[in-house]
Write a new protein. Structure first.
Length: 322
């Protein structure tokens, strides 16, 4: 049994705990929040054994694994401290702001024989294998478009003059880090690293990016991504080949996926999937990485290598835009 704790009390943390509840090897030990009241409330609601009164108390505890879902600007420092204290870490996306920070913490984790990886549903979903297999049957692929545009529940507060965390650039948030990353992953996973990237972002009054797009250039194809926290898309992502097309209803969940022949005939590939099962996949990966290290080490390495490539692409997008 692996004792795990969580940092953060938001809905995403609740989703992870719900998913981890499907993994018999995991036991929810504790929760840390900057607000003791919120920590206690989360403990009682989700069934944790304790609410840590300080980050230092968490570091000194016997918790073995920590799920980090604090503001993005805290990911690097908190993950580093947790690794230095001997704890395995699964961190919400983006795992760090820069690839340099990520490589440093991967090295630290390896030195201490610890597990460290990003909680990104795409890499741990069984639908990823389905997608890669069907893409190989589409013939010549010249274009594809991936979209994740979801109107933020905090946007109304922003319009009223408030500053929600998700639109505060000091916390390293914004549309690219929150939603665009889900589009970058399949681009790099399916097509490799591009020759160049042409990005475009729209910045809000706070300085955070509200929406954006990017074209990934390859020798024989152009791949486009779009993402937004200030508007709601109703369209699917799609990959178009000369022998068929794949549509993906949700690029973050990799569900509602269909294969279309050129004659219009459609075949369902992946149905709609509950969030807790997707988060459970991440939790199961953590268990495999820790308890079945020899068998799972190649996949952990694959996750970390993909993570670094995605972070590098996102850095290029920010630099080009600046």
């Amino acid at each position: 049994m692996i004792k795990y704790s969580v940092i953060g009390t938001s809905w995403i943390t609740e989703s992870f705990v719900d998913g981890a509840g499907l993994v018999k090897e995991l036991m929810l030990d504790g929760v840390y929040s900057r607000s003791i009241e919120k920590g206690e409330e989360f403990k009682n609601k989700m069934g944790a054994l304790r609410a840590f009164s300080s980050f230092d108390e968490l570091l000194k505890s016997d918790t073995q694994l920590v799920y980090v879902a604090s503001p993005n600007s805290c990911h690097y420092e908190q993950s580093k401290a947790l690794l230095e204290s001997g704890k395995h870490v699964i961190c919400e996306k983006p795992i760090t702001v820069t690839a340099k920070e990520f490589k440093e913490l991967c090295h630290l984790a390896n030195e201490k024989n610890l597990v460290y990886f990003e909680a990104i549903m795409y890499m741990h979903s069984p639908a990823r294998r389905v997608l890669k297999e069907i893409v190989s049957t589409l013939g010549n692929i010249r274009s594809a478009g991936f979209d994740f545009s979801q109107l933020s529940s905090k946007y109304e507060a922003l319009k009223k003059g408030e500053l929600p965390n998700i639109f505060n650039p000091e916390l390293k948030t914004g549309a690219l880090n929150d939603l665009g990353i889900y589009c970058v992953y399949p681009v790099i996973d399916l097509f490799g690293e591009p020759i160049k990237i042409t990005p475009c972002q729209h910045f809000l009054s706070t300085g955070a990016d509200g929406c954006g797009s990017a074209v990934f250039h390859y020798d024989d194809k152009l791949i486009t991504i779009t993402y937004s926290k200030v508007g709601q898309s109703r369209a699917s992502s799609q990959i178009m080949g000369d022998e068929g097309t794949v549509t993906i209803g949700s690029i973050s969940k990799l569900d509602n996926m269909y294969y279309f022949k050129n004659n219009g005939e459609a075949f369902p590939l992946v149905p709609e999937t509950e969030k807790r099962f997707l988060m459970g996949n991440e939790a199961k990966s953590a268990v495999d990485f820790i308890l079945n290290r020899d068998k799972a080490k190649d996949f952990l390495k694959e996750c970390q290598e993909m993570n670094e490539k995605v972070l590098l692409c996102m850095e290029k997008m920010r630099v080009e835009n600046a």
